[in-house]
Design a protein around this ligand. Structure first.
Ligand code: ADP
Ligand code: MG
Length: 159
């Protein structure tokens, strides 16, 4: 297992980090994004989409659970599993048909299903560093990527 951490001080920097990540992703890659509400998971996903050549706006599919975007070379499947709480519901989303398929999967709130998703994933923890900001100011974010397999390690070292 290997990991890599980044620190961003603005929404724009988080998007730029996502873009670099998006340019590095390959078909079959799976990213599981974990962090509190408002941490920056969707901003990072906007960057990933831009890096993959997706045109148009990316928003969290909180109510639809899944959104598919056409990238320049492959699709981006964006999941938001916030409203799910058991593995049976996960099955119903159709996620297992697209995991590791011909596109990239970005899964918000997927941490609870790490076992079902398996090791062919990179965990991305997005955290507000509240201690590093004055009260009322927007804190910087830590974006920590953790790989669980050889491909994930390769992805991290390419960043
Ligand atoms: P999540 O999907 O994790 O619930 P969002 O990405 O939707 O969170 O929202 C993050 C919010 O925090 C946005 O309103 C964004 O403008 C703001 N923000 C401030 N600083 C940052 C930063 N460094 N990175 C990401 N978002 C930031
Ligand atoms: Mg979100």
């Amino acid at each position: 297992m290997s990991e890599k951490s980044f620190r961003t001080v603005s929404r724009e920097e988080t998007i730029a980090l996502g873009e670099r990540l998006g340019e590095t992703l390959r078909a079959g890659d799976v990213l599981v994004l974990t962090g509190d509400l408002g941490a920056g998971k969707t901003q990072l996903t906007k960057g990933i989409a831009a890096g993959m050549g997706v045109r148009g706006d990316v928003t969290s599919p909180t109510f639809t659970i899944e959104m598919v975007y056409e990238g320049a070379e492959m699709p981006l499947c964006h999941f938001d599993l916030y409203r799910l709480d058991d593995a049976e519901q996960l099955e119903d989303t159709g996620i297992f048909d697209v995991l590791g398929a011909d596109g990239v999967c970005v899964i918000e709130w997927g941490e609870q299903f790490a076992d079902e998703i398996g090791d062919a994933r990179v965990d991305v923890f997005v955290t507000r560093l509240d201690d590093e900001a004055e009260p009322g100011e927007e804190p910087p974010r830590e974006v920590r990527l953790v790989a669980h397999d050889v491909r994930g390690e390769g992805l991290l070292s390419a960043l």
